[in-house]
Each structure stands twice: as C-alpha cells, then as structure tokens.
Design a protein around this ligand. Structure first.
Ligand code: NAD
Ligand code: UDP
Length: 324
C-alpha cells in the first residue's frame, strides 16, 4: 500500500498571523482567491474582525483568536508571520509585549515550521536599518539602531526575529523567506493607527489640522499595498536558494511635508499644517534599494503616490463616520 503524505492530497493551507490586520487581511484575501485554505490568526490588538468580515463565510477561511506569544499547532504548508503592531504609537504602548511578540512569537512559529516542514515567510522591516548612514538602503547594510530607545522594542525585536529565522534555517533547515517591508499604506489601515498616511488623511477628512512631527523634511518612500502584496506572494512561492533578506516597497522618496501637501491637495477643506515635536530616534531618511527584488521577481512597484492616496482616501471616506 502506498502512503502518500496527507499534505500532498489536500488543498494547500496557509497560516497568516496578524491576519486581521492591515497587510494580513489583504494576504488572506489573495490566498483565498488563489484557492488556498487560509487560517487567519490574530489577537486583535491592532487588527479588527471588520478587515476580514467579508471572508468569514468563506468555506476555506478560518479566523482564530490567538496570541503568537503562546505556541499554536496546526498542519500547514506555509506560514506568513505578520503578527506585530507596526505603528510607533501602538508598538510603544506596551514595548515589552512588542518584544515578546517578535522574539517569542517568531520562535513559536519557527518551531511550527520546523515540525511541519512548512515554509515560513517573516515580515521584517526597514526599521532594522534604523537611522541609516547608507542611502538608499541595500540588504547588505547592517543598520544603525539605538538598542535602548523608544523605538528599540520594535527595531531590535525585529532584528532578533531575523537572527532567529536565520539560525533556525541554518541549524534546522527551516525553509525561510525573509522580507524587509518599507512604509506601506492603503485601504484597511485603522483610522487610529497613528502612522503618517492614515493620520494625515483622517485629519484632513475631519477638517482637523495635519500634524507634522519636526519640520517635515524627513523622508519616507511610500508603497501602495497592492504592489507590496504582489511582491510578497511571488517571493513566498519562489523556488531556489534565495531566502532573503529582500527589500520590498517603493523607491520613490518624499518628504513628510510633500506628503501632507498632496493629501491637502486631494482632500481640500480648511485643514492647515501644524508642527509638533519630532519623536526621538525618528529616522531622517528611508528609501529601499530594490535591485535585488526586481532581479529575483517579476515585480516592480507600479502605483504612484497620488494614485495610491486617492484609493486610500476613497476607502477612509467609505468607512463608517463613527470610525473616521
Ligand atoms: P497592523 O497593526 O495592521 O497588523 C498587525 C496585526 O498583528 C494586527 O492585526 C494585530 O492585532 C496582530 N497582532 C499583534 N500582536 C499579535 C500577537 N502577539 N499575536 C497575534 N496577533 C498579533 O500592521 P501591518 O501594517 O499590517 O503590519 C503587519 C506586519 O508587517 C507587522 O509584522 C509589521 O511589523 C510588518 N511591517 C509593516 C509595514 C507597513 O508599512 N505596513 C512596514 C514594515 C513591516
Ligand atoms: N509623522 C508625522 N505626523 C504624524 C505621524 C507621523 O509627521 O501624524 C512622521 C513621523 O515622525 C515619521 C514619518 O512621519 O518621520 C513616518 O512615520 P510613521 O509612523 O508612519 O512610520 P515610521 O516612522 O515608522 O517610518
């Protein structure tokens, strides 16, 4: 009698941690559309059931309330580890928990990957580059991160998670893909998320002033969510030896002041720009070198900031007035 392993007979199954969050919910949607069974796992710290409400009745979707700091067991073929608050406001709210999520949570999922043989794709971040001396940032750059500052729980947590990923890969042959995501925005960011794009849009829609921290001369490179998700899906499916790290984002750079002006141009109204103190360790510039991703994948970011902002503004206009 032949005993074909069960996993080869059934529909492939992906575990998406942080599945009710901004990026996680888009990933749940895309993997369902591609025919996968999807387990969306979330502790609902910054995510919301609303983000996946349209998926709840889907026969191949399961939403699980769970905290990745505790082990989770399931037979899966792919793990996308996106569980972690990403906004400075939220990750600094309980910094010790943020560190636990990155370190203990990632270790638990690497253990699951080791046991099941599943591939694990880790959502790391451009924050591992800190306030960079190299611009734009290539994957070879080791970064300049304050280990004891207010951003460290996130930056160092993500750096430790990267270390764990590579040690499980070297020591236990865990099948790894590691991406470093640069500032991504789009529909399903939470209105109270605290990151700059959602803050400015919500402030302008409410007729409030736009709060620029510092003089607004710091730069970021903003990627629309659809471009990022396409890159993630391609890398998660990619065969071969390249495990990353792989920068994903958009390589067009803007100052925060330019972003504010574009939001005001599109929304209009009576909002003005006001200036607030710059938080400590706020990186002065950020732009990905995407050479590696463009060579490895059939991918390049396509959505211009003005177009992505228009779609994001339409989303925030459509959500209930109670939220915006
Ligand atoms: P988000 O806050 O919308 O999503 C994070 C999700 O993880 C939320 O649903 C939250 O409830 C959940 N979560 C947090 N801690 C958890 C825990 N201990 N157990 C289970 N679930 C938990 O943010 P996002 O922008 O969607 O970010 C998702 C991932 O991508 C994060 O790991 C983040 O670090 C990474 N990332 C995002 C960006 C970006 O620009 N959006 C940039 C770099 C990295
Ligand atoms: N920022 C701002 N006003 C806001 C929120 C953020 O000027 O209301 C600035 C913030 O200081 C930073 C940039 O915008 O320089 C991007 O901030 P965000 O929190 O979105 O991402 P990160 O700093 O993690 O890249």
């Amino acid at each position: 009698m032949t005993t074909t392993p069960l996993r080869r007979e059934r529909t492939p199954r992906v575990l998406i941690t942080g599945g009710a969050g901004f990026l996680g919910s888009h990933l749940c949607e895309r993997y369902l559309a591609a025919g996968w069974e999807v387990i969306g796992l979330d502790n609902f710290h910054t995510g919301s059931k609303d983000n996946v409400r349209s998926l709840l009745s889907h026969p191949r979707f399961e939403l699980v309330r769970h905290d990745i700091v505790e082990p989770y067991l399931a037979e899966v073929d792919l793990i996308l580890n996106f569980a972690c608050p990403a906004s400075p406001v939220h990750y600094q709210h309980n910094p010790i928990k943020t560190m636990k999520t990155s370190v203990l949570g990632t270790m638990n999922l690497l253990g699951l990957a080791k046991r099941t043989g599943a591939r694990l794709l880790q959502a790391s971040t451009s924050e591992v580059y800190g306030d960079p001396e190299q611009h734009p940032q290539t994957e070879a750059y080791w970064g300049r991160v304050n280990p004891i500052g207010i951003r460290s729980c996130y930056d160092e947590g993500k750096r430790a998670a990267e270390t764990l990923c590579f040690d499980y890969h070297r020591s236990h042959q865990v099948d790894l893909r590691l991406i470093r995501i640069f500032n991504t925005y789009g529909p399903r960011m939470a209105a109270d998320d605290g990151r700059v794009v959602s803050n400015f849009i919500v402030q302008a829609l409410r007729g409030n002033d736009l709060t620029i921290y510092g003089q607004g001369q710091q730069t970021r490179s903003f990627c629309f969510v659809d471009d990022l998700i396409e890159g993630i899906i391609q890398f998660a499916a990619k065969s071969g030896d390249e495990v990353g790290p792989l920068n994903l984002g958009n390589d067009t750079e803007f100052t925060v002041l330019e972003l504010a002006n574009e939001v005001l141009r599109q929304i209009g109204g009576k909002s003005k720009i006001v200036y607030r103190p710059l938080p400590s360790d706020d990186p002065r510039c950020r732009r990905p070198d995407l050479t590696k991703a463009k060579a490895l994948l059939d991918w390049t970011p396509r959505v211009q900031l003005a177009d992505g902002l228009a779609k994001t503004i339409a989303y925030f206009r459509s959500v209930t007035p109670a939220k915006v």
